[in-house]
Design a protein around this ligand. Structure first.
Ligand SMILES: Cc1cc2nc3c(=O)[nH]c(=O)nc-3n(C[C@H](O)[C@H](O)[C@H](O)COP(=O)(O)OP(=O)(O)OC[C@H]3O[C@@H](n4cnc5c(N)ncnc54)[C@H](O)[C@@H]3O)c2cc1C
Length: 457
């Protein structure tokens, strides 16, 4: 066999890349191909923050390939048409692709397979590229997927991940295959000011630093909002600049309770993927309906606007929403309490919040975002679907001296310590001196409304 194609999607790396390894083992030349698919833009998934990160990833992938004698080929258009076109131009008989779980990814795979087979070529799909355990591999007795994390995690922990591969030494790309210019982040507007840089090199550097001095304290500090003591590897996992299999091996080698807790979070990622693989409709519909009749109309719209803008009057909620706008990323504790606030305290449809997150998150990921939103809204896999997080209690617990709020809500910088979580307690001139809104709703009122709606009063 002479030429094969590796179609890169959410696996933008050279290290530990089974499709690339298989292609190089079987072929004299390889076309590393990325197709900027117009239907992804059309479906609203092309958020500027992610396009910027993607541009970094593609530039770095191209640079890594060039160091090895190759280059990245970029095309835009319909992914199936473009792959078939390149297959003809390169006279390639095989296309290698990483398995993925969304409805879009699976339909892409099926269309590609049909189109290639009709032209006498083959599609080879590789699992364990974007997950540790292939979705559907671990199942309970009577179902095609686990609906609860704890038993899933028990099985997941016993799974023996495959070994990892290094990056290839050399990649030979046929000269005759033309590429469009790499997309650039310079032409994008509407980016979050403090967006992180993308690319495999960046991701590997971050991972090494994390394992050297970060992961040890993860079990104790992952919920500390101002400590910012999580890995921030999520965009790298979303774009596949890091291999989840490699992360698990390296974290386990580092050892200790921090590494164990970190590996458990990686299992959550696999958990949501196996749910979405079995129930692709859960990206847009309730996984478990609670017969919600979410609020709509003028007052709901005003509340949504205040939530998006970080002006709900609840400091820790507002701080987290402003972090999202500024960095394109939000701390997990912030995601939990802003999502609980929107869906339960304000009783607004989880899809409204999920869409806003996807517009901004640099790690915005269909499985993780939609299913975490559903978990928080109580329509997903949470075994306590009606729990409501109190933003004041949460603020005092996870930002005890108020440093996180003061970082993101400058209007409240004059308030010392935990007082920053309850600015409505200020009186007279002290209150007048603070230009910060009153709460959009009393917490007790929001709680009553939610309990009534869920038939629990
Ligand atoms: C409402 C809501 C929306 C979310 N949307 C996304 C999203 O779009 N993309 C995304 O990657 N994560 C999402 N998460 C999960 C989690 O908040 C982020 O993965 C995490 O905050 C990323 O920061 P980190 O890399 O520092 O995480 P760490 O704490 O260092 O964890 C390491 C990795 O484990 C995985 N992980 C951690 N927590 C979860 C979780 N609850 N579910 C699935 N995987 C997890 C992530 O890949 C993360 O990078 C969401 C959570 C909530 C509550």
């Amino acid at each position: 066999m002479n030429v094969s194609i590796v179609l890169f999607t959410a696996d933008l790396r050279l290290h530990d890349h089974p499709p690339l390894r298989a292609a190089l083992d079987g072929s004299r030349e390889v076309v590393p191909l990325f197709v900027r698919d117009r239907s992804v833009d059309g479906a609203g998934f092309a958020a500027p923050n992610r396009l910027a990160f993607l541009a970094d990833c593609l530039a770095d992938l191209d640079a890594g390939l060039r160091e090895r004698g190759g280059r990245l080929v970029v095309r835009s258009g319909d992914v199936v048409e473009e792959v078939c076109r390149v297959a003809v131009e390169a006279d390639a008989d095989e296309v290698h692709l990483a398995a993925d779980v969304s409805r879009f990814a699976r339909s892409r795979e099926a269309r590609l397979r049909r189109a290639l087979e009709a032209r006498g070529r083959r599609l080879l799909v590789h699992d364990t590229v974007t997950t540790v355990v292939p979705p559907g591999e671990l199942t309970p007795a009577a179902s095609d997927h686990f609906a609860v994390f704890t038993p899933y995690f028990r099985h997941w922990s016993r799974w023996k991940p495959r070994g990892t591969f290094g990056a290839p030494r050399a990649v030979r790309v046929p000269d005759r295959i033309a590429s469009e210019p790499l997309p650039s982040r310079d032409r994008l507007s509407g980016l979050s000011p403090a967006l992180p840089a993308g690319g495999e090199r960046e991701g590997r550097g971050r991972l090494t630093a994390w394992l050297r001095s970060g992961v040890q304290d993860y079990a104790d500090r992952h919920d500390d909002l101002s400590g910012d003591a999580t890995s921030r590897l999520s965009p790298h996992l979303h774009f596949g600049t890091l291999s989840p299999v490699e992360l698990v091996h390296r974290a386990r080698r580092a050892g200790g309770p921090g590494a164990e807790a970190f590996v458990r979070q990686l299992a959550w990622r696999d958990f949501h993927r196996q749910v979405l693989a079995a129930r692709p409709d859960a990206a847009g519909s309730d996984y478990r309906t609670r017969h919600d009749r979410w609020r709509s109309g003028r007052s709901a719209r005003d509340d949504i606007e205040a939530w998006r803008a970080g002006r709900t009057g609840y400091p820790v909620v507002d701080a987290a929403m402003r972090q999202l706008a500024h960095e394109g990323w939000m701390h997990n504790r912030g995601r939990l309490l802003t999502a609980s606030f929107l869906t339960k305290t304000l009783y607004v449809d989880w899809r409204v919040g999920a869409r806003h997150f996807l517009e901004l998150l640099v790690d915005g990921d269909l499985a993780n975002n939609q299913l975490n939103w559903q978990w928080t809204a109580g329509t997903g896999t949470d075994t306590r679907p009606n729990r409501v997080l109190n933003p004041v209690t949460q603020g005092k617990r996870y930002d005890p001296d108020g440093a996180y709020v003061r970082r993101w809500v400058p209007e409240l910088r004059g308030l010392a310590g935990a007082a920053v979580h309850e600015p409505w307690k200020l009186r007279g001139l002290d209150r007048a001196a603070v230009d910060y809104p009153d709460p959009v709703v009393e917490l007790s009122e929001g709680l009553d409304r939610f309990r009534r709606a869920r038939g629990r009063d």
